[in-house]
Design a protein. Structure first.
Length: 302
């Protein structure tokens, strides 16, 4: 098969592992920087060029789209979909997962457990937002933040009011969420491929930090999931429409709660913690499922 990885840096661990896994299974692997792509949008023959070469005869695409280039990345994925190329992460699913408010609304509609969350436009609703999530301590989270950036723990109501008002002054969109104390500064990353959790790890925040992201100095170790946690992770990924997802769960007194669904999960941390060959599992899924015009969306908004 001829497979394209949409990545801005071929030296990144996840991109390198996908190249290695694909080549080991006999496939032709190409790395395509979406920002070097330009598109011919015609009614009958949509096409994509990359650094002067027309991208043709690809069997599958693995999008690895960074948050800062989501908008253009979606356009490139839609173009591949219009060309009938199988995309492991579809444009509609990626767009849903990157809009944190939309993602939470979809999870809520499907009855997936998640922390109490509130959202408002006007700053005079601050006290009501705090009340809706059960008061302080609480978490204020920027809608555009990634890897733990833009996530603040407010331990008192006064601190929460100050943070919310500061974000409002900056015209930033944010969510207010309840703080799950019993999680103890830990969360669980579940790597979902298709309808199965193929690997999972528990991430624990370093001392003095409440964010467990590995980019923030957190540590990771293998963890055994309960059947409920597995079902929750798969349901969250399917709600977004993602065939590949990193689902972050919190263990709470009322069961597993979905904190976030990541459409471009990194492989380094989870492969290191679990010693599982996740990259090969991704390629194997593509081998089984990649067919022309197989995507549910074909370049539409969804």
């Amino acid at each position: 098969m001829k497979i394209a990885i949409l990545s801005r840096n071929r030296r990144l661990y996840s991109t390198r592992r996908l190249i290695e896994a694909g080549k080991a299974r006999g496939h032709e692997m190409h790395v395509v920087d979406i920002l070097d792509c330009y598109m011919d949008i015609t009614s009958a023959h949509p096409a994509i060029w990359h650094k002067g070469d027309k991208l043709e005869n690809f069997d599958a695409v693995i999008p690895r789209i960074g948050a800062s280039v989501t908008h253009y990345g979606l356009a490139v994925i839609r173009q591949f979909e219009m060309m009938g190329v199988y995309c492991m992460t579809e444009s509609v699913a990626l767009g849903r997962s990157r809009d944190k408010l939309r993602a939470l609304q979809l999870l809520s509609r499907k009855g997936v457990g998640m922390p109490k969350t509130s959202f408002a436009f006007r700053v005079h609703n601050t006290k009501e937002l705090i009340k809706l999530v059960g008061g302080a301590p609480l978490v204020v989270k920027l809608c555009e933040g990634t890897q733990g950036r833009g996530v603040i723990l407010a331990e008192t109501v006064k601190a929460a009011e100050s943070v919310i008002e500061a974000f409002r002054e900056l015209r930033a969109e944010f969510l207010v969420q309840e703080f799950i104390k019993e999680a103890g500064g830990s969360d669980i990353r579940c790597l979902v491929i298709g309808n199965k959790v193929v690997a999972s790890m528990q991430r624990t925040a370093q001392e003095g930090e409440f964010r467990s992201n590995l980019h923030r100095g957190g540590s990771a170790q293998l963890v055994k999931l309960t059947p409920t946690e597995r079902r929750t992770a798969v349901k969250a990924a399917q709600t977004m429409g993602l065939q590949l997802a990193g689902v972050d769960l919190l263990r709470s007194s009322r069961g597993p709660l979905v904190m976030e669904v990541n459409s471009s999960p990194g492989l380094e941390g989870i492969e290191g913690a679990t010693h599982k060959d996740v990259a090969s599992a991704i390629i194997a899924f593509i081998e089984e499922n990649a067919k022309p015009h197989q995507n549910r969306t074909r370049g539409g908004k969804g």
